[in-house]
Design a protein around this ligand. Structure first.
Ligand code: C2E
Ligand code: CA
Ligand code: CA
Ligand code: CA
Length: 271
């Protein structure tokens, strides 16, 4: 977060210029990476509980760096947000993910993460509509994942969320349970799905109270519940006992290239 002095001006602090320069350098590198088509979309399976059958996937962006190797979004999403590059990056992810998902079996869904900046911009539903039209993916097979801070964002956010619902796109509340107004958000921002944040996944030692409350809340509001960050068989069993019917996590599969995801689907169909 930026430090602000009186009147909203940034107070000078040593190192601030250096950090600004570092950010500009990173932004320029990311812009070049996009032009050179070094970004790739990985897909992490979403599976049934119990059973582990693939019912869809979440699209997660990666930077295939020529010398550094595969770089995760943690290293560049913030800079993309701060510089506005996220709008172009997000549109690219959306178009790639929908194009890929259109080649999967009909019942499989794809989830795409959308940032606050994208959702604030007037005309975002038209960008989504164009991606659906150009890919041929039916709207109900696309889920847009938003976090609480995205959902309460300003600008055209509220109109855009309604615009997405009107298109027939599904909405999911990501990192559920970590926000301050998570509960009231279910009323003010109707969604189709909530994703239990991985910090609340029970593992036998920690309390399962939040995971339990969230799945019951999901039932009461008639929304799907997905548990994310499931790393062990023990966690999967505990979640199943609580009533979770969908999960995502390293225990089932890591995010993988589009080609490997297709292979995973083929292997499952052959089994
Ligand atoms: P997220 O949306 O909460 O995505 C889930 C993250 O958890 C992914 O990290 C995934 O690799 C990781 N994960 C999945 N299963 C497990 C597990 O069992 N254990 C652990 N420890 N982690 C697991 P990733 O791919 O590094 O993405 C980090 C974040 O970057 C995402 O968090 C999302 O907020 C953001 N992000 C990724 N792709 C995009 C994108 O295309 N657009 C935007 N706006 N944000 C993106
Ligand atoms: Ca997500
Ligand atoms: Ca999440
Ligand atoms: Ca344990």
């Amino acid at each position: 977060a930026k430090e602000r002095g009186e009147g909203g001006h940034q107070r000078y602090r040593p190192g601030m210029e250096a950090r600004g320069a570092e950010r500009n350098r990173k932004a320029a590198a990311l812009r070049a990476a996009m032009q050179q088509e070094q970004l790739v979309v990985f897909f992490q399976p979403v599976v049934t509980l119990p059973g582990g059958r693939i019912i869809g996937a979440e699209a997660l962006v990666r930077w295939q760096h020529p010398t550094e190797g595969l770089i995760g979004p943690g290293a560049f999403i913030d800079v993309a947000e701060q510089t506005g590059l996220i709008v172009e990056l997000g549109t690219w992810v959306l178009r790639s993910a929908t194009r890929e998902a259109a080649t999967w079996p009909d019942e499989l869904k794809v989830s795409v993460n959308v940032s606050a900046r994208q959702l604030r911009e007037a005309g975002f539903p038209a960008v989504v509509a164009a991606a659906l039209r150009d890919s041929g993916l039916p709207a109900h097979r696309l889920t847009v994942e938003i976090t609480e801070s995205v959902a309460v964002g300003g600008g055209a956010t509220a109109e855009n969320l309604q615009g997405l619902r009107d298109l027939g796109v599904r909405l999911s509340l990501d990192d559920f349970g970590t926000g301050a107004s998570t509960l009231s958000l279910l009323v003010t921002c109707p969604v189709n799905q909530i994703k239990l944040d991985r910090s609340f996944v029970p593992d036998g030692d920690a309390s399962d109270a939040i995971a339990d409350a969230v799945v019951q809340m999901a039932r009461a509001f008639e929304v799907e519940a997905v548990a994310e960050g499931v790393e062990t068989a023990e966690q999967a069993a505990l979640l199943t006992r609580l009533g979770y019917e969908r999960a995502q996590g390293f225990h089932f599969a890591r995010p993988m290239s589009a080609a490997l995801f297709q292979e995973a689907l083929a292997t499952e169909l052959a089994a």
